[in-house]
Structure formats: structure tokens, C-alpha cells
Design a protein around this ligand. Structure first.
Ligand code: GLU
Length: 493
């Protein structure tokens, strides 16, 4: 079987983790089976449509590195892949259902439908949906009225007292009583636009979609779609409804839990690989004991029977861990170019948006080894290494005093440090620097920690900082010496 699947977003909101997971799983499934992955824009809901959301789809997937084989931008044999450009097709197929007696014209006004709803509410009736009034109008009469221009919609005639059966890769065999399906949904609206159900089924058929993998919330639509495939006499694609993504409180993941849109994750300093890797694990497993995967590795390992049945829980802490892992894998140059846009945006190099001078860029890159192990988010980098660009404020004298020591002793230690700092800044690497300072501390009979601590505060402005030796090397002997002298003066006054 040739596998063809699709991601079919409606551009009515920003792309979020749930949608990305659906797209990713479809992409992985197609690739794992040598098939094709398709992007189709389901933009028939014109009231909620936003051009910015279309752009957001392209931006989000470009950032994540997910590509489709066919789509509005990529083209393909079944173009156009935008539903608003295919309206003539939907009209034609709605007409076919009318002809075969599987659909009917409905002339009910929205006022009438509202009234039914209100009356039911008032009488606490359990009935929902359309009351099927127009289903009984003889087809010929209805056809004449429609032709004469009377406003109307086209509704699906759901066969009553029957059961619809289909198979779902996640849920197994499903039997759905037709009487439990929302009565006779609209397929074609009075403005000639299709509803989701009609456009979705027609396109999945015409685009030769073999597998429909989508969020669990679409499950109630599946029996309806199966009825439509049967009415058209088309083969039904295979379904796979994915379990929900929950927050840790067991409720559907939403803004209350934290970032959910791809934009937000990006702005918060997540790496696209980390997010992709984590999302790929939401409800799927690939290989025992392995958590870090490239897209290619996932493509090779993905399989429908390795999907979990239980809802997936989105764990922000775990995502942070992934982010840290991917940060550690970056070279200095890669990490610097990932972190720099955040620094530039935050005005780290002067005014907001100002690019670094070449020398500043060099320092930034050279500082990456100092913080790579300490970063969780890309936007934290600049702040952590600010002391390499600007002299930090000198903290209060008490900050320089090692444990069980006095200010006088701290000043003595700083003076000792002053004699060592030039050699330390010139040491070729950490090992050499450490061997040197250790030997000096021993010679002078002071504890290594006691010698390092005030020196660290003098250089970085804080007791806790990125590694000292690397910082000294970047600052160079002159600047390092100047900072220690400044500290001695401050502590002696
Ligand atoms: N347009 C629907 C959505 O926004 C697609 C559902 C489906 O995949 O059938 O999610």
C-alpha cells in the first residue's frame, strides 16, 4: 500500500504542541514507510481565518525543520492544497450526494435553528442538533426551491437506526450508533462554502490519503465521515486518533500550564531540536532506553503499534532537560549564533537590536564553553557572561571574605591573587592554570578555595559564576589584573 497522510490545520490560531505532534507523527509515519506527507490548509471557516495564522504554520515548521512532500508552497499532483481554492469541487460533490439521495436541501433559517435551541434549553431537553424538518421535503420540490434561489444549505442524510463500524489503529474496532451522531450536519453552507466534514472527506479521497492520523477530539467526526465515504462509494482511509496531550494535573494542556504555542517556546529560548524530540515522545516510543533522537532516527523507528493508548502528559521539566542536552551538543560557534539573537534583541550590545562588533562576537563565542553546561535556555546566555563585556559592580567587602576568615585576610588573599592573575590569564588551558594556582597556594600555605573565592568575586562580581580560569583567559592579563587591583582598593578603603 502506498502511504499518504496529511496534516490539515485550520489557520484559526497559532500552532501549538498538540498540532505539531499530529504533524510530526504523520510525517514520521509517512517517512517510515516510504510514503508521502502532505500539508493541506483547511481554511473554510472564514470567520476565524487569519492570514497571520497561515504564516505561523510556515514559520513554525520551518523553524522545527519539518518538511512536507506536497503542500500549498511545495505543490504536488493534487494541487491546490488550500481548501478555499477548491470550493467548486465541494459543490460538485455535495450535488452528487443530493442526487444519490444521501443529502438534502435544508431551508431552515438561522432564526429557526436558534429558536429550537432556546426551546430545548428552556425545557431541559437532552436532544441536540437539527430536528430534521427539511429531511421530509420531497427531493423534487426541494430542488425547485433551491433552483429558484431560496437560501438553503445541504445536509447529510444520516441513515437512522443503523450502526457505523470502522477500525482505528489506536482504539480498535469501533461501533457507533448513527442515532448518537449529531443529526444531519450541514455539508454545504448557504454561502456556498463547505463545512469541515465535506471538504475534509472530499479532499482526503481526492488526495488519495491512506491514513488519517489526527487528535482524539476528532473521533466523533469519524463515523460521520465513514457514512460519507460509504455514500460516495469511496474507500475509507485508515484512522488513527491520537490520545490527548494533558498537563500534569490531568487536564487538557492549555495556556494555564505554560507555553503551548511554538512561538512562545521559541521566544523562551528553546531549541527546535529539543522541542521536536520531546514532542515526538509524547505518546510514542521508539527504542528501549534511548531518549535523544534526530529526525532521521525517528523516521526510521516510528511505527503505529508503538503509540501509547493512554493520554500523554506534557512535562515542562523534562522538556527543559532535553533543551539542556541539545545545548550541550552544540559547538561554540553554533551555540553563539543561537544565543546571539536573544542578546541582540535584549539590547545587550547597546541599543535594542544592535549587532555586536566583531570583537564582541569573538568574546561571545569564546565564552560559550564557560556556560554551555549551565544553560537551560538560549536567552540566559548573555546575562551569565555580561561580566566579560562590562566591568561588574564591586560587591560589598563582605562578599570577598572566605568562610571563617576576616576582611584583612581577604585583602591578603587578593594581594596574593594579584601576583598570580597575569600568569593564570596567560595559561594555555584550565589544567595548566589549576596546576599553577594549586602549587602557589601550597607554597603560601593557604587553602586553594580561600584563594580562588575572592579572586572570583573580583573578576566576575559574584561568588557564584562561570569558571574562573576561562574567564581570566578571555579578559586577558591586563584587564584581569586591573579588576583585582580595583577589588583590593575597594576592600582596603
Ligand atoms: N482542520 C482540522 C483541524 O483543524 C483537521 C482535522 C483532521 O485532521 O481531520 O484540526
Amino acid at each position: 500500500m502506498i502511504i499518504r497522510d496529511r496534516y490539515a490545520p485550520s489557520p484559526t490560531g497559532l500552532q501549538h504542541v498538540g498540532g505539531i505532534r499530529t504533524a510530526l507523527f504523520n510525517c514520521l509515519f509517512a517517512r517510515s514507510r516510504g510514503g508521502k506527507f502532505i500539508l493541506r490548509l483547511e481554511d473554510t471557516d472564514r470567520t476565524r481565518f487569519g492570514e497571520c495564522y497561515v504564516q505561523n504554520i510556515y514559520d513554525s515548521f520551518a523553524w522545527l525543520g519539518i518538511k512536507w512532500d506536497e503542500g500549498p508552497d511545495a505543490g504536488g499532483p493534487f494541487a491546490p492544497y488550500v481548501q478555499s481554492e477548491r470550493t467548486a469541487l465541494y459543490k460538485k460533490y455535495a450535488g452528487e450526494l443530493l442526487k444519490s439521495g444521501n443529502a438534502y436541501y435544508c431551508f431552515c433559517s438561522s432564526e429557526r435553528l436558534d429558536k429550537i435551541r432556546q426551546e430545548r434549553e428552556a425545557s431541559h431537553s437532552s436532544e441536540t442538533g437539527y430536528d430534521r424538518l427539511c429531511r421530509n421535503i420531497p427531493a423534487e420540490e426541494a430542488g425547485k426551491r433551491a433552483e429558484a434561489g431560496e437560501p438553503c444549505t445541504i445536509r447529510l442524510k444520516i441513515p437512522l437506526n443503523e450502526t457505523t463500524v470502522f477500525f482505528d489503529h489506536q482504539l480498535g474496532d469501533i461501533e457507533w450508533k448513527n442515532d448518537d451522531i449529531n443529526p444531519d450536519p450541514v455539508l454545504l453552507k448557504s454561502d456556498g462554502f463547505p463545512t469541515y466534514h465535506l471538504a475534509n472527506v472530499v479532499d482526503d479521497h481526492l488526495m488519495e490519503i491512506s491514513h488519517v492520523m489526527r487528535a482524539m477530539e476528532w473521533l466523533p467526526s469519524a463515523p460521520l465521515h465513514v457514512i460519507m465515504y460509504n455514500s460516495f462509494g469511496w474507500k475509507t482511509p485508515e484512522f488513527c486518533h491520537l490520545p490527548m496531550v494533558m498537563g500534569q494535573d490531568g487536564k487538557k494542556l492549555s495556556k494555564r500550564h505554560g507555553a503551548t504555542s511554538i512561538d512562545e517556546f521559541r521566544r523562551q529560548g528553546y531549541l527546535s531540536e529539543a522541542l521536536l524530540n520531546y514532542v515526538a515522545l509524547l505518546g510514542a516510543s521508539y527504542e528501549e532506553g534511548k531518549e535523544i533522537y534526530t529526525l532521521e532516527e525517528m523516521e526510521q523507528r516510528f511505527s503505529l503499534d508503538k503509540l501509547n493508548k493512554a493520554p500523554a502528559v506534557f512535562d515542562y521539566k523534562k522538556l527543559e532537560w532535553f533543551n539542556g542536552q541539545y545545548i550541550r551538543m552544540k559547538s561554540d560557534e553554533e551555540l553563539a549564533s543561537l544565543c546571539l539573537p536573544f542578546a541582540i534583541e535584549a539590547g545587550f550590545f547597546g541599543a535594542q537590536g544592535r549587532e555586536p562588533a566583531p570583537k564582541q562576537r569573538d568574546i561571545f563565542t569564546a565564552a560559550m564553553p564557560l556556560i554551555r553546561e549551565r544553560l537551560t535556555f538560549l536567552n540566559e546566555a548573555a546575562e551569565k557572561i555580561a561580566y566579560l563585556f562590562n566591568e561588574p559592580a564591586i560587591p560589598g567587602a563582605e562578599e570577598f571574605i572566605p568562610k571563617k576568615s576576616t576582611l584583612e585576610q581577604a585583602v591578603e588573599l587578593l594581594k596574593l591573587g594579584k601576583d598570580l592573575v597575569v600568569s593564570l590569564a596567560q595559561a594555555p588551558d584550565d589544567e595548566k592554570a589549576e596546576a599553577f594556582i594549586k602549587a602557589e597556594a601550597e607554597k603560601k600555605g593557604v587553602k586553594l578555595g580561600d584563594l580562588m573565592m575572592p579572586l572570583r568575586v573580583a573578576i566576575t562580581g559574584a561568588r557564584v559564576s562561570p569558571p574562573l580560569f576561562g574567564s581570566l583567559r578571555i579578559l586577558g592579563p591586563e584587564e584581569s589584573l586591573r579588576r583585582v587591583q580595583r577589588a583590593i582598593l575597594a576592600c582596603s578603603s
